[in-house]
Design a binder for this molecule. Structure first.
Ligand SMILES: [Zn+2]
Length: 409
């Protein structure tokens, strides 16, 4: 059984104002049948004796958003259970568990999960300067999970369909999906956008850093090429369609956040962040992200907050850059800055001076690094038992997606 309140189901479960900037400490108790295992966002403080039905009492999770309440329960078996003293800073160690159905125990791929995530989490702690925010990293392979994977505080739920790719040690996509979900412990769980307009703050950033971690921590040298061929290409296609939204697009309601185009939010967003790294330098970007996480950890933030941190770290005003690349839809057209193209046949008359040429986005400037790589993932579709289905991205609004986005946390 898997149940999640994401994105708008919390008010059906308990009385609340369900929005990202309203958080509360959450303590969960679960009455479960005999033989069931229960996984939530914290470790169980008390559980029934083995083989008996009873109540599971979970430790209190501080500063949770209503829609983050999730539970996975059933006759799962634990295929890995390790403790990592080097993770979690002073709050460590971090306990990492991997669970699956009993019939899948021993299936190739599961044995790689702990190693991948441990290396990725270490990379993020070093990159962000902020320890893993949660004392557990519980991974569960869930049958019929809608998205490829889903991250919530202290837990990552993964579709069993990813197991086949995980079994291939050279598969890039499965490693990037896990790295993407792990990044959400910081971008999405620890710091969330104040409203859904800034959904990209979590998704684009998690996408970008997942490729950084895959290259640096997992040694996958071809990840950015993979990104360019899949994620970035899908972003270009989506961005040329009529009605394309900017990366940071106004969203009237939480439900409408799920109609945003993944290729834009995830892939173009990550491309733009990579462009920012080229513009101000990796060190300045890292310093900006560290300041952002340190300042807004446990709370919410906006596009302006991120840009303010990166501007301070780089010593340059990035407000105009942000408006141009994150607040404006459409692809860059090099013709808009390159001037008239040379005529192929010099003896034929060209257009009269001052005549308008067909330029899709004549006012937009380009930056060489704008063609930087990205990636994407899948989306939640049906996740659940108990009516908490998240169906949002099962029917993409555009057909421009190359690869489905792995999640929509
Ligand atoms: Zn995500």
């Amino acid at each position: 059984m898997f149940a999640s309140c994401f994105p708008t189901y919390a008010p059906r479960v308990f009385c609340c104002f369900d929005q990202p900037d309203l958080r509360a400490d959450l303590t969960l108790s679960v009455a479960a049948p005999a033989g069931w295992d229960c996984v939530a966002s914290s470790a169980p403080a008390a559980r029934p004796p083995a083989g008996q039905a009873g109540t599971w009492q979970f430790e209190t999770v501080p500063a949770m958003k209503p829609y983050e309440l999730s539970l996975c329960a059933g006759p799962y078996v634990t295929v890995a259970d390790t403790e990592h003293p080097g993770l979690g800073g002073a709050g460590g160690p971090v306990t990492m568990t991997v669970r699956s159905r009993a019939t899948l125990a021993g299936v190739p791929g599961q044995d790689r999960v702990s190693d991948i995530l441990t290396r990725v989490l270490r990379c993020y702690e070093d990159l962000f300067g902020v320890p893993m925010p949660y004392r557990q990293c519980a991974i569960v392979f869930v049958p019929d999970l809608g998205p490829l994977a889903m991250c919530l505080p202290g837990a990552i739920f993964v579709s069993e369909t990813l197991l086949g790719r995980l079994a291939d040690e050279n598969d890039i996509h499965s490693a990037v999906v896990l790295a993407h979900e792990a990044a959400h412990f910081w971008f999405g769980c620890l710091v969330e956008g104040r409203w859904w307009d800034d959904l990209w703050l979590a998704e684009a950033m998690a996408t970008y850093v997942s490729y950084v971690a895959a290259e640096q921590a997992l040694g996958l040298d071809a990840v950015w090429a993979d990104f360019a061929l899949a994620g970035q290409a899908s972003a270009y296609r989506a961005d040329t369609l009529p009605g394309a939204d900017p990366v940071a697009a106004p969203v009237p309601t939480a439900a409408q956040a799920l109609t945003l185009t993944p290729a834009i939010v995830y892939s173009k967003g990550a491309s733009v962040i990579r462009q920012l790294a080229a513009l101000i330098g990796d060190d300045a970007l890292r310093a900006g992200l560290r300041a952002y996480l340190a300042r807004f950890g446990g709370a919410t933030a906006t596009l302006a907050d991120l840009i303010s941190c990166c501007s301070a770290a780089s010593g340059r005003d990035l407000a105009g850059w942000a408006a141009q690349w994150l607040g404006t839809a459409g692809v860059t057209n090099p013709a808009s800055r390159a001037g008239p193209r040379p005529r192929r046949h010099p003896d034929r008359p060209g257009p009269p001076p001052g005549a308008a040429r067909a330029v899709r986005h004549p006012a937009r400037l380009s930056h060489p690094a704008a063609c930087a790589p990205i990636e994407s993932r899948s989306a939640p579709t049906s996740a659940t038992a108990g009516g908490c289905a998240a169906a949002p991205w099962s029917a993409p609004r555009s057909t421009a997606r190359g690869r489905s986005c792995p999640d929509f946390r």
